[in-house]
Write a protein that binds this ligand. Structure first.
Ligand SMILES: [Zn+2]
Length: 281
């Protein structure tokens, strides 16, 4: 390996933030705070261990994901319920907010809309921060556990990875075939999962989630949403996923309707303003 003479100088260059986000439209947290004080529960769904379920949330409503019986992580997909081709864009959300999401941060949709789909308005794990290993909770780096990577690395056909759970749940909800539904499954928000990258090798790591029964994360739906949540076969993701080896627990999803008065100051997110000519005028 030939190392240039100025290698240390090049390495010592200070990084710059790729997407300074000071100009991102700021969520009005005051509206969300007032909203939380006057919510009416309209629906709830229990996600069984190693399964996924769909749920719908109208724009302006709130949904909450709660750990109930034991520490468990969940893999969350979101679509525009009126147009499933608009869905959560994990990669751009990561570029805008960082590797893990918390209070006041948003789940952004794909191109060409690139608009907030949901805003995190409560998070009982926001105290965790970034630990000594570089780990944090609610990541947008881990894609989702899936049977293809499992097959590549270990062979076999495990059918209860989050990818397959989400596929079955979406097929059940929409009536699509499994293969058609699978095309809509996308990279997730890893709810309650504690992850990071190792400092020495840069590898994706997971560790036991700090979530405990009663902990929850709450979202404001900025547009009409279809969601799907999988109770990951990794359980609290302390040791392994993509197998039946780990003890898993259910997750609870609750949906709440707002007091319409509080929403009078809320602005429905418009689609992205780029003209889409791509230079061809
Ligand atoms: Zn999973």
């Amino acid at each position: 390996m030939k190392v240039p003479v100025d290698a240390d100088v090049r390495r010592a260059i200070k990084p710059v933030i790729c997407y300074p986000n000071e100009t991102l439209p700021k969520p009005n947290m005051e509206i969300y705070r007032r909203l939380s004080e006057r919510l009416t529960k309209t629906d709830e769904t229990i996600i069984p261990p190693r399964e996924a379920r769909c749920f719908t949330v109208s724009a302006g409503s709130v949904f909450r994901i709660t750990s109930i019986d034991g520490p468990q992580v969940g893999d969350l997909n979101l679509w525009n319920s009126k147009n499933l081709s608009e869905c959560f864009y994990s990669g751009k959300t990561r570029a805008l907010h960082g590797t893990h999401l918390s209070l006041g941060e948003r789940m952004w949709s794909n191109f060409p809309t690139l608009r907030p789909m949901a805003t995190i308005i409560e998070d009982t794990l926001s105290w965790y921060g970034i630990d000594e290993f570089g780990g944090a909770v609610h990541d947008v780096i881990g894609t989702r556990c899936d049977p293809y990577t499992g097959n590549l690395l270990k062979g076999g056909h495990y059918h209860h990875c989050c990818h397959s759970n989400l596929t079955r749940a979406l097929a059940d909800h929409t009536g699509y075939s499994l293969h058609d539904a699978e095309d809509y499954v996308h990279d997730v928000l890893n709810v309650f999962m504690c992850t990071g990258f190792t400092r020495d090798t840069g590898q994706y790591f997971m560790k036991a989630s700090p979530v405990r029964p009663g902990d929850f994360i709450e979202f404001f739906a900025e547009i009409d949403l279809l969601g799907a949540l999988s109770a990951c076969p990794g359980g609290n993701c302390a040791s392994e996923h993509s197998s039946d080896a780990t003890h898993c627990y259910p997750l609870l999803i609750e949906v709440f309707a707002p007091d319409p008065k509080v929403l009078e100051d809320w602005i429905f997110p418009s689609v992205n303003g780029y003209d889409r000519t791509h230079g061809n005028l």
